[in-house]
Write a protein that binds this ligand. Structure first.
Ligand code: AMP
Ligand code: MG
Length: 330
């Protein structure tokens, strides 16, 4: 445990001790929750506004889920008509114009690649397919590919091989066979958009949790923050510690989310774009706290690839971002 991790724990213990002399009031109104399977995960929306009736809250939840569904349709590589699928069918230097939304998400992804020196890279898609981590159910079960196969797919990877043109909002690849996968950023984006939809309906106290990509809107009540647990990466049904969160995103990338084990070795779904192999750096999970969920999502994946030391140093450059890294050594 180091750097900002320590700082966060200190700050949280200060906040907690500051509240110590007051008996915290318990939240009396029931929190309304709903879950839906979207973007390949269980998405849960919880609302704690006390001045809203059930009908108003349900309407807000409907709008937020609708927004997530819209983003899923736009970005899913498994929907043949999505913009991402159309991009993934492009031949060498063949360009297509996409929506503002897709274009700006791709541009933001490229920016995260640039600042993370390629640790975060949406062009890892051909490697995800090779390793069987593409979430397409028809893609079959995970396998260990040969070194030769990894090398071949690696030649199709590289964020700097995406050609963007701002004026025409067009995307092209400099090599045929390249593909993109926005899974490492899409859920965070969808959570941010769902929170905006809730805000638009006058909601002030809510959690949107898309399978570990979480944003806490406001606090649970006037006297209580939202409390978010960080999972034990080796016993994901158990919580290792909890954090008090108000108006902040908290996102975890973990090697326990999608993985397979062969001869005692764990191969998880986060690929090092520089080697073509699933990350093997002792990191089990990375939790990022940040003002927005998209940013937290991208940074969690990037730090997972960078490893404990480089990742913690990398996060130090951001003023309002904190990181908690769990490694095999702990
Ligand atoms: P997350 O859970 O946000 O860390 O995203 C992990 C998902 O992003 C994986 O399941 C892959 O679909 C994709 N992915 C894997 N490795 C990378 C990488 N190095 N950069 C960007 N996306 C990746
Ligand atoms: Mg991510």
């Amino acid at each position: 445990m180091k750097y900002k991790t320590l700082l966060i724990l200190l700050i949280f213990s200060l906040i907690l001790s500051g509240c110590g002399d007051k008996e915290p009031l318990r939240h009396t109104e029931p929190i309304r929750k709903r879950q839906e399977l979207l973007m390949g995960t269980l998405v849960e929306i919880s609302i704690a506004d006390e001045d809203k009736d059930a009908t108003e809250i349900d309407l807000a939840i409907d709008k937020a889920f609708k927004e997530i569904k819209r983003i899923e349709d736009l970005l899913s590589p498994y929907n043949k008509d999505s913009e991402i699928s159309r991009i993934n069918r492009l031949g060498e230097r063949e360009a297509i114009t996409v929506s503002d939304e897709t274009f700006s998400l791709i541009k933001r992804s490229i920016e995260f690649s640039r600042i993370s020196e390629g640790a975060f890279d949406i062009t890892v898609a051909p490697l995800l397919e090779l390793w069987g981590f593409s979430i397409d159910p028809s893609a079959g079960s995970p396998v260990i590919p040969s070194e030769e196969e990894v090398k071949t797919k690696l030649s199709l990877v590289g964020w700097d091989r995406i050609i963007t043109h701002d004026r025409s909002r067009s995307i092209a690849f400099s090599r045929a066979g390249m593909k993109i996968d926005l899974a490492a950023i899409a859920k965070g984006y969808a959570v941010d958009r769902a929170i905006e939809a809730l805000r638009g309906e006058g909601i002030t106290r809510a959690i949107v949790d898309a399978g570990g990509d979480i944003y806490c809107l406001g606090a649970k009540s006037e006297t209580e923050p939202w409390v978010i647990g960080i999972k034990d990466p080796r016993r994901p049904n158990e919580i290792l510690n909890t954090l008090d969160i108000i108006d902040r995103a908290i996102v975890t990338s973990g090697d326990y989310e999608r993985y397979f084990i062969v001869e005692g070795k764990r191969y998880s779904h986060i690929i090092d774009p520089r080697t073509g192999y699933p990350v093997q750096n002792k990191v089990m999970s990375v939790t990022i706290l940040a003002p927005g969920c998209l940013e937290a999502d991208a940074l969690a994946t990037a730090v997972f690839v960078m490893g404990e030391e480089k990742g913690a140093e990398f996060i130090d450059q951001f003023d309002s971002v904190e990181v908690i890294i769990k490694t095999l050594d702990e």
